[in-house]
Design a protein. Structure first.
Ligand code: CTP
Length: 398
C-alpha cells in the first residue's frame, strides 16, 4: 500500500500519543518510510526516543535544534512527504493549522508542506464539540485537508462521547486515500460485490466456496482512493474489516446478493462483480436439521441467477460493468466467452492454477479482457491490481 512512500507523522499532546507509535508500525508494515515530528506537549506523554527507535530517523521537536543533515529542517521534511498525517491532532494544532500559525516545528512544517494532509482529532468531547474547533475543522476541510472523525467511546478523562482517536486501520485506509493524488473516479458512484455466497441446506449447514472476499474489499478500498464519492460494498460472509468510508450491504445467499445488486445498480456509474457467487443452491431447505440416518445423502441443486448477466441486461447507457472469471483451464477462451455472453465491458480473468493468484492470498495475476483485446498484467498485490482495473474502467465511463 505504501511501498516507496514517505509519510510525515505529526504527533501532538493527546493521551492517544501511545497509539501513534502503533500507527507508525502499521504504516511500516505496508512499506512506508515514516518521519515523525512531535510537539513539546506530545513529548510529555511519550518520549521522542520511542519514535526514533521505531522509525530509525531523528524526531523533530524544536525549530532551532541544530541539525547538520538539513539546514532548514521544517522545509526539508515538508518537501519529503507524500502525505502529512497529524494523529492524534489536538484542538490546538487544528486551530493553528486553520489560522496559518507557525510557532513550533510541527506547525511550521505542516504550513510549509504542499503534499496531501490528513488530520485525526483526539480530544475531550467538550473541546471537540466546541464551535471554535468545529469551525476550524470546517476551515481545514475547505483547504482540502482530509479529516478522520474521532470515534465515540470512553475517553481518558472519564467522559463518554466523541473524541477518541479513530481506529488505526481506518487511519491507514484514510492515509492511502489522501495520498492517492489522481482521482479518475471523482464524483462517481461505484458498487462492488465481494466474498462467497452461502446457500442453506438446513438450519445448520450450507454450501459455499473458498472465497475470502479480499479481492472485492481491495477493489472497494481502491475505488475510494481513486476518488469515488460513494462506494457500496455488497458482501457475502467474510472475516474482513470494512474499508474506511465504504457503505456496507451484508448479504448471505446469491439471491440476496441479486436483490442488493439490482437495487443499487440504477444509481451506480460502475459495477464491479468480484464476488464468487455460488452457481447452485439446494433445491429445498430443510426446516429441521437433517439427521445422519443410515445411508448417504443426495442433495438436489438448482441453478442460482447469474447476477452479472442480469445486471448487464438491466443496465442503463453509460454504466460500466466489470466481471471476473476464475478458471482452472483455458483461461482466456473461457473469459472471452463470459465477456461476450454476459455482456460485461471488462472481464478480469485469473487462473487458480497460477502461482500468486487465487483465493485468500495478498497477490493476484490477472488478464484484462475487453472488446478491444487482452492485456496480461504481472503479478501484483490485489490492491495494486484493483487500482489498475479501476483506472481502465474509469477511462470507459462517459
Ligand atoms: N457471477 C454472477 N452470478 C453467478 C455466477 C457468477 O454474477 N451466479 C459473476 C461473478 O461475480 C463473476 C463472473 O460472474 O464476476 C464470473 O464468475 P465465474 O464463477 O468465473 O463464472 P460462472 O459465470 O459461474 O461460469 P462457469 O461456472 O461456467 O465458470
Amino acid at each position: 500500500m505504501f511501498e516507496g512512500k514517505t509519510i510525515v507523522l505529526g504527533v501532538t499532546g493527546s493521551i492517544a500519543v501511545y497509539k501513534a507509535a502503533e500507527l507508525v508500525r502499521e504504516y511500516q508494515k505496508r512499506g512506508a518510510d515514516v518521519h515523525v515530528v512531535m510537539t513539546r506537549s506530545a513529548c510529555e506523554f511519550v518520549g521522542p526516543v520511542t519514535f526514533e527507535t521505531l522509525t530509525g530517523h531523528k524526531v523533530s521537536v524544536e525549530t532551532f535544534d541544530r541539525n547538520f543533515q538539513w539546514n532548514v529542517q521544517h522545509v526539508a521534511l515538508a518537501k519529503r512527504g507524500d502525505v502529512f498525517v497529524i494523529a492524534p491532532a489536538t484542538a490546538n494544532i487544528i486551530a493553528k493549522m486553520a489560522s496559518g500559525i507557525a510557532d513550533d516545528m510541527l506547525s511550521s512544517t505542516v504550513l510549509a508542506a504542499r503534499c496531501p494532509k490528513l488530520v485525526a482529532p483526539a480530544m475531550n468531547t467538550g473541546m471537540y464539540d466546541n464551535p471554535a474547533t468545529q469551525r476550524n475543522l470546517e476551515t481545514l476541510r475547505g483547504f482540502g485537508v482530509q479529516i478522520v472523525e474521532p470515534g465515540v467511546g470512553m475517553l481518558a478523562c472519564g467522559d463518554e462521547g466523541r473524541g477518541r482517536l479513530a481506529d488505526l486501520e481506518d487511519l491507514v485506509d484514510a492515509t492511502y486515500y489522501a495520498m492517492t493524488v489522481q482521482k479518475p473516479l471523482a464524483g462517481r458512484r461505484v458498487v462492488v460485490t465481494a466474498g462467497p455466497t452461502r446457500e442453506a441446506l438446513d438450519p445448520v449447514r450450507y454450501v459455499s466456496n473458498h472465497s475470502t472476499g479480499r479481492m472485492g474489499y481491495e477493489m472497494a478500498r481502491a475505488a475510494l482512493a481513486l476518488g469515488a464519492r460513494e462506494v457500496t460494498l455488497i458482501s457475502g460472509p467474510t472475516a474482513l474489516r470494512a474499508p474506511y468510508g465504504v457503505r456496507m450491504v451484508p448479504v448471505v445467499s446469491a439471491r440476496e446478493m441479486e436483490s442488493a445488486v439490482l437495487a443499487a445498480l440504477p444509481q451506480a456509474d460502475l459495477l464491479v462483480k468480484a464476488a464468487a457467487v455460488g452457481d447452485f443452491r439446494p433445491a429445498s431447505v430443510a426446516d429441521q436439521k437433517i439427521k445422519k440416518g443410515e445411508g448417504g445423502l443426495t442433495v438436489d441443486l438448482v441453478k442460482n441467477p447469474d447476477i452479472l448477466a442480469e445486471a448487464c441486461a438491466a443496465r442503463q447507457p453509460g454504466q460500466v460493468i466489470v466481471g471476473f472469471a476464475m478458471e482452472t483451464q483455458d483461461l482466456i477462451a473461457n473469459a472471452r466467452a463470459k465477456l461476450e455472453k454476459k455482456g460485461a465491458d471488462m472481464i478480469v480473468a485469473n487462473s487458480l492454477t497460477e502461482e500468486g493468484a487465487g483465493f485468500g492470498g495478498e497477490t493476484n495475476v490477472a488478464s484484462l479482457l475487453t472488446a478491444s483485446g487482452v492485456e496480461k498484467l504481472p503479478k501484483m498485490s490485489k490492491l495494486a491490481l484493483s487500482e489498475e482495473i479501476l483506472r481502465r474502467a474509469a477511462g470507459m465511463l462517459r
